[in-house]
Design a protein around this ligand. Structure first.
Ligand code: CND
Ligand code: ZN
Length: 362
């Protein structure tokens, strides 16, 4: 099957014909229909994060089950699925206490399947999986626990976005921060994930939703997704603008959706006493945050967030129902649809701030 392989950081992806071994116990073979191009993948290409290589990246995908391995009971060939970049075992202490996004299984993957081996190879060379998914290939072998079955009338290309950007962004508002109606919310970084933070804030009934970005096209997108105010961080004083908009109080919530320590500090500075800052962006390994503890002393909360604190099998079908009922925007998120062969230009466009979300359609 055709797949995009990352051999080394700072190098473009290489389209290769890889061998994909069939599914083993509790694994399935999925025909990928579409994959979103997320900044988390780009972090590995740019060396911000380390991963065993070579690797097939891609963690925002949907598809159709082609074949099931021994012992699989959750799904059948023909089922439509969104792929979760965290497998949820249902048995570890995190899963049983409702913190499925933190499931132990996630930390067993380490670039392989759950049994510690890989199904991907290029001739004699082993190729690694990414988050148990590797959606930048025509097919993927994934753990049964990474599957989320979905309704069949939902368009499978758009469903890919549910797998990361939507679940993460909307979830960070609803599950992680639990934003209250009438709140003021600052969103720093209006990209693929940030736009979903914005539409999560709309769903939560936020009153003021202040989008902050450095590109005019991103801010225009933000308005379309429900932002009430836009702040151009390339030219405007972000803190002054938030102060004006919130009548001097600053915001109840701020979300950092870039992956920069400067932006985290900026997010903290935009919150009022008792306010909450949520770090959604993924910072480079080893980054250090410097904050004045006095700031936290005033009942401020600083939170992390992985995967929108979601339970994929409960939250993703709910998000899809909202989309089908026209209460959630997905079509507008897709600003480019490309073939796998053009994946490097999708990453360039993401890096240059040209797209909301690009998807690869197989
Ligand atoms: P994308 O590149 O689409 O968005 C980032 C946005 O930030 C862009 O619109 C930029 O223009 C904007 N930006 C850059 N610098 C600044 C600045 N100084 N001030 C204001 N805006 C700026 O990326 P994405 O939306 O795909 O991902 C965003 C982050 O979220 C990234 O770090 C990614 O790795 C992370 C993420 C986290 C999780 C999770 O589970 N927490 C899941 N997926 C992605
Ligand atoms: Zn992602």
């Amino acid at each position: 099957m055709k797949a995009a392989v990352l051999y080394e950081k700072f190098q473009p992806l290489v389209i290769e014909n890889l061998e994909l071994e069939g599914p083993k116990e509790h694994e399935v073979l999925v025909k990928i229909t579409a994959s979103g191009v997320c900044h988390s993948d780009l972090h590995y290409m740019k060396g911000d994060r380390e991963h065993p290589m070579p690797v097939v990246l891609g963690h925002e995908g949907a598809g159709i089950i082609e074949e099931i391995g021994p012992g699989v009971t959750y799904a059948q060939p023909g089922d439509h699925v969104v792929l979760s970049f965290v497998p949820t075992c249902g048995r570890c202490s995190y899963c049983v206490k409702g913190r499925q996004n933190l499931c132990e299984a996630r930390y067993q993957l380490r670039g392989n399947m759950l049994d510690g081996t890989t199904r991907l190879r290029n001739g004699s060379q082993e190729v690694h999986h990414f988050n148990g998914l590797s959606t930048f290939g025509e097919y993927a072998v994934v753990p049964e626990d990474s599957l989320v079955k979905i309704r069949e009338d939902a368009p499978l290309d758009r469903m890919a976005l549910i797998g990361c950007g939507v679940a993460t962004g909307v979830g960070s508002v609803i599950n992680t921060a639990k934003v209250k109606p009438g709140s003021s919310v600052v969103v720093i970084g209006a990209g693929g994930v940030g736009l979903n933070v914005i539409q999560g804030a709309v769903l939560a009934g936020a009153e003021a939703i202040i989008a902050v970005d450095i590109y005019g096209n991103k801010l225009e997108n933000a308005l379309q997704f429900g932002a009430t105010h836009m702040v151009d961080a390339s030219g405007e004083d972000v803190l002054e603008r938030v102060k004006d908009i919130t009548r001097g109080e600053m915001a109840d919530y701020a979300f950092e959706v870039i992956g920069s320590t400067d932006a985290i500090n900026q997010a903290l500075a935009t919150t009022k006493r008792g306010g909450t800052t949520v770090v959604v962006g993924v910072t480079p390994t080893g980054a250090e945050l410097k904050i004045d503890p006095d700031f936290l002393h005033l009942d401020r909360i600083l939170m992390g967030c992985t995967y929108g604190s979601c339970y994929p099998r409960a939250d993703m079908p709910m998000l899809i129902d909202l989309y089908m009922a026209r209460r959630l925007k997905l079509d507008e998120l897709i600003s480019a649809t490309l073939k796998l062969e053009d994946i490097n230009s999708a990453f360039e466009a993401l890096d240059q701030g040209e797209v909301a979300r690009a998807i690869i359609r197989y």
